[in-house]
Design a protein around this ligand. Structure first.
Ligand code: PHE
Length: 358
């Protein structure tokens, strides 16, 4: 019995001295494991006479229970301590000043979207969003693309695998499906701006398979083309921050607007250098038009009561033009040197009063 008492004291001391969960587990194995000290004594019971076996067996069971409880209690305590130590070590003092060499920068795409939203906000436009994964109805059918019309192919659509019911989802090829979603869910008057990612299967110096657009939509009882024009002219002047910037509306075609126009701004190209402003050349920057009655109807709005206009612009394109970024593909290379060159200070938010793009 003395031997048992001694073992008990030794094991409890080992448990109490274990300073982390790894060494505690080693104690458990050395006591209760297959080759552990308590286990070995259990095995020795077979060679004892019945009286002694009974008494020692009971005592060993009590010891085993005691050690298990001590191990369990120590384990809980150690785990709690480990959590407190981690919490104390990982504390961040959020009031410390930013370390300039680690300061994050805003990607030109985020900056450009902020600038566009900042210009349209005072005109009453609210930001709306829609899903990147769309269905055929919202991306094409409701936007007045006839079934099997080549315009659907024109967009180089990424399709998702066919589903059992024969339909398939797709990655939206433009932000125009957000028009449909907003009209389905809102009673006019509507005035929204929808920035987001769009996808087309294309890749070269001016195309990437993913790019960004900002969609605008205005629906009310007496909205006309004059409103569309003044809205766009105001935007273009504010965005490019160039005095007397020439702007022209050139007739165009989109299935979802009638009449449709593309908007060009003046520029000059001298010695391979592109300059925005009065010059001999024009650059296309956005598409727009009066929302087609079929689109209103598909979206649950009565074209005899309401009408409106929509526009869509390419974010990368206007960012490249304003900030002189020559290659579209570099936007998505995640090259830190590029970001340090073209990025914007995160806290220097664009405002009309303070300047959009200092
Ligand atoms: N969705 C068109 C495109 O991606 C742009 C557009 C939007 C044109 C709204 C007119 C009206 O090319």
């Amino acid at each position: 019995m003395d031997q048992l008492e001694q073992l008990r004291e030794e094991l409890l001391a080992e448990v109490a001295n274990a300073s982390d969960s790894v060494s505690l587990d080693a104690v458990r194995v050395s006591a209760l494991g297959k080759k552990g000290r308590v286990t070995a004594m259990m095995k020795g019971l077979g060679g004892m006479d019945p009286e002694a076996r009974k008494a020692t067996g009971q005592a060993l069971n009590v010891l085993k229970g005691e050690i298990s409880n001590a191990l369990e209690a120590r384990k809980t305590l150690l785990e709690e301590n480990e959590i407190s130590v981690r919490l104390a070590e990982e504390t961040i003092d959020v009031s410390l000043p930013v370390r300039p060499e680690q300061e994050g920068l805003l990607h030109p795409i985020s900056q450009t979207i902020e600038e566009v939203a900042e210009i349209f906000a005072p005109m009453g436009f609210e930001v709306a969003e829609g899903p990147d994964i769309e269905d055929d109805f919202h991306n094409f059918t409701a936007l007045n693309f006839p079934p099997d019309h080549p315009a659907r192919e024109m967009h180089d659509t990424f399709f998702l695998p066919l589903k059992e019911d024969g339909t398939r989802h797709l990655l939206r090829t433009h932000t125009s499906p957000v028009q449909v979603r907003v009209m389905q869910n809102t009673k006019p008057p509507i005035r929204i701006l929808a920035p987001g990612r769009t996808y087309r299967c294309d890749y070269d110096i001016t195309h990437t398979p993913m790019f960004h657009q900002v969609e605008g939509l205005v629906i009310d009882k007496a909205v006309h083309m004059g409103h569309l024009k003044s809205c766009i002219i105001e935007f273009v002047k504010a965005y490019f921050e160039v005095e007397n910037l020439p702007i022209r509306f050139r007739p165009s075609y989109f299935p979802f607007t009638e009449p449709s126009a593309e908007v060009d701004i003046g520029c000059s190209r001298e010695n391979g250098e592109l300059k925005i402003g009065a010059g001999a050349d024009w650059l296309e920057i956005l598409g727009c038009g009066m929302v087609h009655p079929n689109v209103l109807r598909s979206s649950g709005i009565d074209p005899d009561e309401y009408q409106g206009f929509a526009f869509g612009l390419g974010v990368e394109r206007i960012a490249m033009l304003k900030y002189g970024i020559p290659d579209l593909r570099t936007f998505f290379d995640s090259d830190l040197r590029w970001l340090r060159h073209y990025g914007f200070a995160a806290l220097d938010v664009p405002t009309l009063a303070g300047g959009l793009s200092r």
